[in-house]
Design a protein around this ligand. Structure first.
Ligand code: AMP
Ligand code: ZN
Length: 474
């Protein structure tokens, strides 16, 4: 059974049930996501993969915020750059968010994040949001003022239960119109914002307007899951006000428990400061790939710290991640080329392998402890290499299978094998490269050189890098 630290109760709790509904706050598609954002999306991926590994059924949604203060500002800028191009601001908004949405999906794929079941976009759920606004008014916790609708936080007795904000500082009767605000300044927050006909707007009983950011997630969760959910994730910066307000809206609007487990991922830092767009200290995935960083190394780096710990993004940390990936790939590649015989499986080693698999799973089930799970992986890699060394790379087929099965087991969560650098060349050339690597490993340099020359004649040179050998067209 998986145990997770629940922000609501501040304690580690078992995840009950066999079929889980999960929602992760996704990106605001107003720019390319930076790798700090990706820390929280990869954390959702590790959660998803771990729960599946542990035998749960998972239905997982990650939303796209395509209407909020930031995206609307972007759309306004777009209309200034290209006057007369868009029929209205709503179409400019769609045009502005489309490339970032596409880039987000492409980046998830690059980092081998398993596809989530749902990716709701806020603009597709406006009727559900308006329905929630009406429920909140009817239930006496929301009020209209000048065409906008606000949540009266004083009406919800347990407002603040997630973030434990100091309600003494609650400025009763004062309101916020913006989507983001500070913990020290708790006020009524906006559910529905009045907008002029020139702004991004939809019609409502309160006049033209558009949803507040917090309302979006509550309504989408209800539409998709038709009720409360088991797990809700996001970065720690979302605890207040975003998630606090989601709880307030959903519980007062739909009248049932909203979320059982709240799980929050800590920040990725640069020089001990949160990586963020506003601070300008950020790297997008694209920046890093352009600098020659490999996606599997970035993935490994982001998994190597426990999600509840802050972690600094440094060149040294990336080097360490690269070395970790290299060890994993080297063993995998070694296993693809060892000579196999039909000897009996080594019972002792089979036991070592089974224990490593079980320990890996157990570490992840314990609040997604990726650093300890990676320690198990590396201990196993050392044992497997020692096993192959002792047999000079001639092993029983059953032993080789056992080792590969163990690496595949680890990879169900690590997700590295899909990212092994591909040469992009035909099978024949790859076979020559594999044979040359095997010859080199066996110190048969004459054969290795022959194969290198054969590849050169075919128009390819070999690049030997830390993450393996690749072919490049000459
Ligand atoms: P945003 O696009 O700013 O709404 O953020 C999307 C997600 O990324 C949220 O879950 C944030 O909490 C998370 N996030 C933003 N910056 C960081 C960071 N430096 N480290 C980890 N997660 C972050
Ligand atoms: Zn959200």
């Amino acid at each position: 059974m998986v145990k997770l630290f629940n922000t609501l109760t501040r304690s580690k709790e078992p995840v009950e049930g066999s079929s889980l509904r999960i929602y992760s706050c996704g990106p605001t598609v107003y720019n390319y996501a930076h790798i700090g954002n990706f820390r929280s999306y990869l954390f959702a991926d590790v959660l998803n993969r771990t729960l599946k590994l542990a035998g749960y059924q998972v239905e997982h949604a990650m939303n796209l915020t395509d209407v909020d203060d930031k995206t609307i500002n972007g759309a306004i800028e777009l209309t200034k750059k290209e006057p007369g191009k868009y029929a209205d601001l709503k179409s400019a908004l769609a045009a502005y968010t489309a490339p970032y949405t596409e880039a987000f999906f492409a980046d998830l794929k690059t980092l081998n994040v398993i596809k989530f079941d749902h990716h709701p976009r806020a603009t597709d759920y406006i009727p559900a949001m308006l329905d929630l606004v009406e429920r909140l008014i009817q239930n006496g916790v929301a009020y209209e003022q000048d065409g906008s609708v606000y949540y009266r936080i004083g009406e919800k007795k347990d407002y603040g239960k997630l973030s434990r904000v100091d309600l003494e500082k609650n400025k009763t009767g004062t309101r916020y119109n913006t989507d983001e605000y500070d913990k020290d300044d708790v006020r009524d927050f906006v559910l529905w914002k009045a907008e002029s006909k020139d702004g991004v707007h939809w019609h409502s009983a309160h006049g033209d307007g558009r949803p507040g950011w917090h309302l979006e997630c509550s309504a989408m969760i209800h539409e998709i899951f038709k009720g409360g959910i088991d797990i809700h994730t996001g970065g720690v910066d979302l605890i207040f006000p975003h998630h606090e307000n989601e709880i307030a809206q959903s519980e007062a609007g739909y009248g049932a428990e909203f979320v059982k487990h709240w799980v929050h991922c800590e920040h990725l830092l640069v020089d001990n400061r949160k990586m963020s767009k506003s601070a300008g200290n950020f790297y997008t995935l694209r920046d890093l790939l352009q600098q020659g960083k490999r996606p599997e190394v970035i993935r490994y780096f982001l998994l190597s710290a426990h999600y509840s710990q802050k972690v600094n993004f440094t060149a040294e940390a990336l080097h360490q991640a690269e070395a970790g990936v290299e060890k994993f790939y080297s063993l995998w590649q070694r296993l693809t080329r060892v000579k196999k015989n039909s000897a009996q499986a080594d019972a002792e080693f089979a036991k070592t392998s089974a224990e490593a698999r079980a320990k890996f799973t157990a570490e992840l089930c314990d609040d997604l402890n990726t650093p300890r799970a990676l320690a198990v992986v590396h201990e196993y890699i050392r044992a497997a290499n020692a096993f192959a060394d002792a047999r000079q790379d001639v092993v029983a087929e059953a032993d080789a299978d056992e080792m590969m099965q163990t690496l595949r087991h680890f990879d169900k969560v690590l997700g590295l094998l899909d990212l092994i650098p591909k040469t992009g060349v035909s099978g024949d050339l790859q076979a020559l490269l594999d044979e040359r690597n095997a010859a080199r490993a066996a110190k048969d340099f004459k054969r290795a050189d022959e194969l290198r020359d054969q590849l050169l004649k075919a128009g390819y040179k070999i690049l030997d890098t830390k993450t393996g050998s690749h072919l490049e067209k000459v």
